[in-house]
Design a protein around this ligand. Structure first.
Ligand code: GLC
Length: 653
């Protein structure tokens, strides 16, 4: 009897344990389903209409229907070639046949059902003015719409401080300066104005905001981040996304935003990057550090509804982000519920170890939805036809599942429907007058004023406007290209009058009274007798790995300019135009006033507003200003934290 009782209770225990496991499994299965699109798609066998031709009454063409119904309907018509085409992004420059890509043609947009085009930095139409961009865009779109299913392409560009590839566009301060404003509303306004200028050229997608948290100023992309703490990045992330996308995708000038580069681009270690420097290197962090330092910006961007995320070139603890399923799918899509789509960086999948087909399989299975191929063997990259053919092969061989492809394509289509691209696929040329408008330049001038940080003032500032003689000097005093920095008209940016704007020297001439004598010399000669010397020094333009520098010492030529003016017995105010802090400790006591102007962009009058006291400076450092190179990396919150100027420092009058 006792034995029977034991047997029965054992059976009950086994049953309870089994039932528990089952419910755990089913709840796990429930969790398995990625929220949103995939959940719907795996819940049903897609109807296969790929051999049918849609009619005007096909569901996906009806804007009144819910987006998910349009996605499901359109997907059912798509062949594998059309699906892979949607996942392919090509730079416009590789559609022009040349010696390296003789066979290329704009008609490839239709032949390969390309879902997206881009302009990489400097990839501009031969005539670089706003109307030419809009006409170029419309020409590409017409070809995309001529395909069997008429799916509009989406065009991406790096408008990271205004619509910076376009001559005549307003150039705003780079994000390091915006971080020093501590003003999210201003950041939203800057991005809203940028969005209008982008929309005026037809373009729909901005690879911005960069949510890097730069922890080592030697990194060439330091200026692309808002600052060195998650606190400053997270308050700006949502504002930037809201500015670009407006309160919802699909509004007339709403531009699809792209939180980048996921994840940890600002945390790489010197010596692990390209050319043994730091860009695209290895971010060595614990899971906790990754989540505390590099993730918060993305949480706020997701909360603001950002439609895309760009994968990052760096590795995290040796693992390439582009092939990291934990980061791209488990963390971003499952845990955080991201339902937009993930785009690779430029040839980003190529850096994964292994041959190109392996890169494709690894990255798409990790969670990349669209691949910025971007085009051709011109720079040793892959041709977009290689990507397409190898991807189709990988699916047919079962290395990439149809389900994964459907998820990626559904994510892309969902965004295109939400953006209203099917209903409004062409540019709105009525917006063209907004590009570089007075109204936008006013916003940029305000952003410049609020971004400046006064580091030293022995009482010399603000300067009176009626001084007898002001001498202006330095390589960055009368050089619009230098004050704009990288990502301006070309990828690297360049010195000289490369677009429309006001240099600092021009702004000084405008600001002072008519009888003030303003003289200028780049090298500092001829200053004798001046009441004050305003010397504008710093860095010349660079972008990405080209800006990685082992030393951030001042340019010797800059020191010589200052030396000449001081030798003439003239006191100096020094303005530093640079993408990051430079080493000024040994010179500081010789200078009366010092202003960090970062990379202010086209509106130099924002600087004279501060110099001459029309605006009482409010800027506060969003990055620590190191005492010397030995301190780097040095960040707010470090234990032995003893910089020259600490995070949050800034003087007012
Ligand atoms: C670049 C950058 C990325 C940019 C992309 C397209 O290499 O890493 O920020 O959006 O390529 O230009």
């Amino acid at each position: 009897m006792l034995l029977t009782k034991i047997k029965i209770s054992l059976l009950i225990v086994i049953f309870l344990v089994f039932a528990g496991c089952q419910s755990k499994k089913s709840s796990q299965a429930k969790n398995e389903k990625i929220k949103g699109l995939q959940a719907i798609l795996t819940g049903e066998q897609l109807v296969d209409r790929s051999t049918q031709t849609p009619t005007d009454s096909s569901l996906y063409k009806n804007p009144e229907l819910p987006v998910i119904d349009r996605v499901r309907d359109l997907l059912s018509y798509m062949t594998l070639e059309e699906k892979i085409g949607q996942m392919t992004q090509v730079d416009r420059q590789f559609l022009e046949s040349d010696s390296v890509t003789p066979a290329a043609s704009v008609n490839d947009i239709g032949t390969y059902y390309l879902g997206s085009l881009l302009s990489g930095g400097g990839s501009t139409p031969s005539k670089n003015f706003p109307k030419a961009w809009a006409e170029m865009y419309d020409g590409f779109q017409k070809i995309a719409l001529s395909t069997r299913l008429g799916i509009p392409m989406i065009y991406g560009i790096d408008a990271v401080h205004g619509h910076n590839n376009v001559v005549g566009a307003t150039i705003f301060p780079h994000q390091i300066g915006l971080g020093c404003t501590n003003n999210p509303q201003l950041v939203e306004d800057v991005n809203r104005a940028t969005a209008v200028e982008i929309a005026a050229t037809g373009i729909d997608w901005d690879f911005a905001p960069c949510l890097a948290v730069p922890r080592d100023e030697r990194w060439g992309r330091t200026y692309e981040g808002f600052g060195e703490t998650p606190d400053i990045v997270k308050i700006m992330a949502g504002a930037a996304v809201k500015g670009l996308q407006s309160d919802q995708l699909g509004n007339p000038t709403s531009i699809l935003a792209c939180a980048k580069h996921f994840i940890g681009d600002g945390g790489t270690v010197w010596g692990t990057g390209m050319n043994k420097k730091i860009d695209r290197g290895d971010t060595r962090v614990t899971e906790q550090e990754l989540r505390e330092i590099h993730l918060p910006g993305y949480l706020h961007a997701l909360e603001a509804g950002v439609g895309t995320v760009m994968a990052s070139f760096n590795q995290v603890n040796g693992d390439h982000c582009h092939g990291n399923k934990y980061l791209l799918t488990d963390l971003l899509k499952k845990e955080l519920g991201f339902e937009g789509f993930v785009v690779s960086d430029w040839e980003g999948i190529d850096q994964i170890e292994g041959d190109y087909k392996f890169d494709i399989i690894t990255s798409i299975n990790a969670g990349i939805d669209m691949v910025m191929v971007p085009g051709a063997a011109k720079w040793g990259g892959q041709k977009y036809t290689d990507f397409i053919n190898l991807c189709i092969e990988a699916v047919n061989e079962g290395f990439i599942s149809e389900r994964r492809i459907n998820d990626a394509v559904a994510r892309i289509l969902r965004i295109k429907f939400k953006m209203g691209l099917f209903e409004r696929p062409y540019s709105d040329k009525s917006l063209l007058s907004k590009v570089g408008s007075k109204e936008h330049r006013k916003i940029a001038r305000e952003a410049v004023r609020q971004s400046l940080v006064v580091l030293k003032n022995d009482g010399v500032l603000p300067l009176p406007k009626d001084l007898g003689h002001i001498h202006v000097a330095g390589k960055n005093a009368d050089d619009l290209g230098n004050q704009c920095g990288g990502w301006t008209i070309t990828w690297q940016g360049e010195s000289g009058p490369l677009t429309k704007g006001t240099t600092i020297y021009e702004a000084i001439q405008i600001a002072v009274s008519s009888f003030t004598n303003v003289t200028f010399s780049k090298d500092g000669s001829g200053a004798k007798g001046a009441d004050i010397g305003i010397v504008v020094i710093g860095e010349t333009p660079y972008a990405e790995m080209e800006g990685d520098r082992e030393s951030l010492a001042l340019d010797k030529k800059d020191l010589a300019v200052i030396g000449r003016i001081r030798k003439a017995g003239v006191p100096v105010v020094v303005i530093i135009v640079s993408g990051r802090p430079l080493m000024i400790t040994d010179e500081l006591d010789k200078w009366g006033g010092v202003i960090a102007a970062w990379l202010p962009g086209s509106e130099g009058k924002g600087i004279t507003d501060v110099i001459f006291g029309d605006y009482n400076p409010t800027g506060r450092l969003s990055v620590t200003w190191p005492r010397n190179m030995a301190q780097i990396p040095i960040n707010f919150g470090d234990t032995d934290y003893d910089p020259l100027f600490e995070y949050g420092f800034g003087l007012s009058y």
